[in-house]
Design a protein around this ligand. Structure first.
Ligand SMILES: *[C@@H]1O[C@H](CO)[C@@H](O)[C@H](O)[C@H]1NC(C)=O
Ligand SMILES: *[C@@H]1O[C@H](CO)[C@@H](O)[C@H](O)[C@H]1NC(C)=O
Ligand SMILES: *[C@@H]1O[C@H](CO)[C@@H](O)[C@H](O)[C@H]1NC(C)=O
Ligand SMILES: *[C@@H]1O[C@H](CO)[C@@H](O)[C@H](O)[C@H]1NC(C)=O
Ligand SMILES: *[C@@H]1O[C@H](CO)[C@@H](O)[C@H](O)[C@H]1NC(C)=O
Ligand SMILES: *[C@@H]1O[C@H](CO)[C@@H](O)[C@H](O)[C@H]1NC(C)=O
Ligand SMILES: *[C@@H]1O[C@H](CO)[C@@H](O)[C@H](O)[C@H]1NC(C)=O
Ligand SMILES: *[C@@H]1O[C@H](CO)[C@@H](O)[C@H](O)[C@H]1NC(C)=O
Ligand SMILES: *[C@@H]1O[C@H](CO)[C@@H](O)[C@H](O)[C@H]1NC(C)=O
Ligand SMILES: *[C@@H]1O[C@H](CO)[C@@H](O)[C@H](O)[C@H]1NC(C)=O
Ligand SMILES: *[C@@H]1O[C@H](CO)[C@@H](O)[C@H](O)[C@H]1NC(C)=O
Length: 471
């Protein structure tokens, strides 16, 4: 590392609230610094006598080598390694069913890129009923290791351009976009080192699998078109998974940084850098009528979240046709945040349910044993001096208990009475809480109180948390 202290500029708009914020030493400020700090170690090397399989690479941007890729995986299956060398391009132009894998490595130093023929993929991609998802390919089987310094490129720009103005959760939306990496029925699946780039939609979706890990992975989705954002490019979503590890991941995308959905057990996230995301989210869960779903035994620690929507977040569906279940035993620990809306947010009225409907059809999810520990940093000011909001279901049968803050030090940039951002000290912040049984470890007020309303009204704006050059 070239420097041990990292400054984030907070210029003019923020007035004198803070001239800079110092991140804990050693936090990378760019994807290059991330790679320097967390180089991927790979797993081949001395003593690795796996047989190596090579395939032809693409001669140009439209030269589809999907058949060769499939043949290469078949040949390398049961003990071998498919090798994709650096500086070689592998264009994939048709859907691939790769659920037959067993004891295979992919040494991935080159670039695998999907074609962007959007009508073709919409007609031919695989489909999953959950939130009407489509996928370029399906991976599955046992003992699958993908490792290397290569790129998995979803070529998302055209998809984002054509999706602009639409909403993924709109039941009438017909413009579906494929998920970049999809796995189902996988046991011991590891991805290491890869740069997952420009996914049209969610980046990873893992279904009915156990023993899944992502390490030293970089994930970006950056649009060159200001009116077509890389929407819904979540780093990680899952259904029905057990034993998931995410370690040292850099994420700069346009939705949730990490968000297991229905049925997740024993999840450990350690060290994530999330810029411009919607936060570290549990769920959404409870979307489907009559379906039971749960998330339990989760630790998410050492997280840096900048310029996003929320920080630590739980979201459960409400409405006339939703499911039931629970979220239990979740620890969010060591979170550093800059310029996010709520540092901690529990939303029991997902998705976009108005207060009246939410009260009429409250969420049927129990929320228990949630800990927010060692949070520091500042919010965006969108919610004034309210820095966290926890709203439990009004359903008398939905338990909401043991929700606790420890060492929570999040400030708001919205200065007390002047309201124009020129006060020199942050005013007292407010935590909004409703429907929680017992003490949360800090004072909190109901959203109905004058104090909460005043805090929410006292909005202000801060600029993007930018990184202070030179790197
Ligand atoms: C791309 O390469 C393929 C395979 O060699 C070839 O058939 C095709 O004509 C090339 N296309 C262009 C635009 O060069
Ligand atoms: C799941 O994978 C195992 C082997 O890994 C296989 O035996 C089984 O048939 C697969 N099940 C489904 C539903 O695909
Ligand atoms: C940018 O996205 C808009 C949709 O918001 C689209 O109409 C336009 O063509 C895109 N621009 C380019 C250069 O692709
Ligand atoms: C989640 O688990 C419940 C209870 O085992 C089951 O009924 C439900 O179908 C599961 N959902 C998914 C998406 O696997
Ligand atoms: C963080 O996100 C902001 C807004 O999306 C973007 O302008 C900035 O370049 C990103 N920074 C990094 C280091 O990726
Ligand atoms: C809570 O989850 C953590 C992480 O999976 C686990 O170690 C711990 O045993 C769980 N606690 C209870 C009471 O189950
Ligand atoms: C929610 O908690 C109540 C009270 O402990 C319990 O009766 C109910 O079964 C729980 N629901 C789920 C889905 O676990
Ligand atoms: C609290 O979190 C910060 C990151 O924001 C970390 O540097 C620090 O070590 C944590 N403190 C403890 C006691 O773990
Ligand atoms: C709340 O925490 C206490 C103390 O750890 C525990 O005894 C109790 O079972 C917890 N309640 C629920 C609903 O898990
Ligand atoms: C809380 O954070 C602010 C800066 O954001 C710092 O000045 C203050 O010392 C911290 N307080 C505690 C108790 O750690
Ligand atoms: C902001 O408010 C302070 C105190 O009320 C005042 O002195 C200052 O001129 C105001 N600044 C702007 C830019 O309005």
């Amino acid at each position: 590392m070239r420097s041990s202290s990292f400054l984030f500029l907070l210029p003019a708009l923020a007035g004198t609230f803070a001239s800079h914020i110092e991140l804990p030493a050693g936090v990378p400020r760019s994807i290059n610094e991330f790679r320097e700090k967390h180089p991927h170690k790979g797993s081949t090397g001395c003593g690795d006598d796996r047989r190596i399989v090579k395939i032809r690479s693409s001669r140009n941007d439209t030269d589809d080598v999907a058949d060769d890729f499939l043949a290469g995986l078949k040949k390398a299956n049961n003990g071998g390694t498919l090798y994709l060398p650096e500086d070689e391009l592998f264009v994939i132009g048709k859907p691939l069913d790769l659920t037959f894998l067993n004891d295979i490595h992919v040494h991935w130093d080159g670039e695998v890129r999907f074609t962007n023929d959007t009508p073709y993929w919409q007609a031919n991609a695989f489909h999953h009923p959950f939130q009407n998802s489509i996928m370029f390919w399906k991976w599955g089987g046992s003992d699958i290791q993908i490792h290397g310094s290569g790129v998995l490129n979803g070529n998302g720009q055209r998809w984002w351009n054509e999706f602009a103005g639409l909403e993924i959760l709109d039941p009438d939306n017909e413009y579906l976009r494929p998920i970049l990496f999809y796995a189902e029925n996988a046991t011991n699946l590891a991805m290491e080192g890869i740069h997952e780039k420009d996914s049209p939609c969610w980046t990873n979706f893992v279904v009915t699998s156990r023993g899944v890990s992502f390490r030293d992975v970089a994930c970006t989705a950056e649009s060159n078109n200001a009116t077509a954002l890389p929407k819904n490019t979540d780093f990680f979503d899952s259904l029905n998974v057990e034993d998931v590890t995410v370690e040292r991941v850099w994420v700069n995308i346009g939705d949730d940084c990490f968000s297991p959905k229905s049925n997740a057990t024993n999840i450990h996230v350690d060290t994530m850098y999330c810029n411009g995301t919607h936060g570290q989210s549990m769920g959404s869960v409870g979307q489907y009528a009559g379906e039971m779903s749960f998330i339990q035994d989760v630790v998410i620690e050492n997280v840096w979240l900048l310029n996003g929507q929320h920080g630590a977040r739980l979201k459960t569906w409400a409405g006339p046709d939703v499911g039931y279940g629970f979220i239990d035993n979740i620890t969010f620990r060591n979170f550093w945040q800059a310029n996010n809306e709520y540092a901690a947010f529990l939303d029991s009225c997902y998705f976009n349910i108005d207060t009246e409907t939410c009260e009429k059809y409250p969420s049927q999810m129990n929320i228990t044993n949630i800990l927010f520990e060692n949070f520091s940093g500042y919010t965006s000011g969108k919610y004034g001096t309210a820095v966290a909001s926890l709203t439990c279901s009004t359903n008398p049968d939905a338990v909401c208990e043991n929700i606790t803050f420890k060492n929570f030090n999040i400030t708001s940039p919205c200065g007390g009475t002047s309201g124009n951002g020129t006060t020199t000290t942050a005013t007292q912040t407010v935590i909004i809480c409703d429907g929680i049984k017992g003490d949360i470890g800090l004072p909190c007020v109901s959203a109905d109180t004058a104090e909460a309303k005043a805090a929410l009204a006292n909005t202000c704006k801060v600029p993007l948390a930018t990184i202070n050059p030179p790197f």
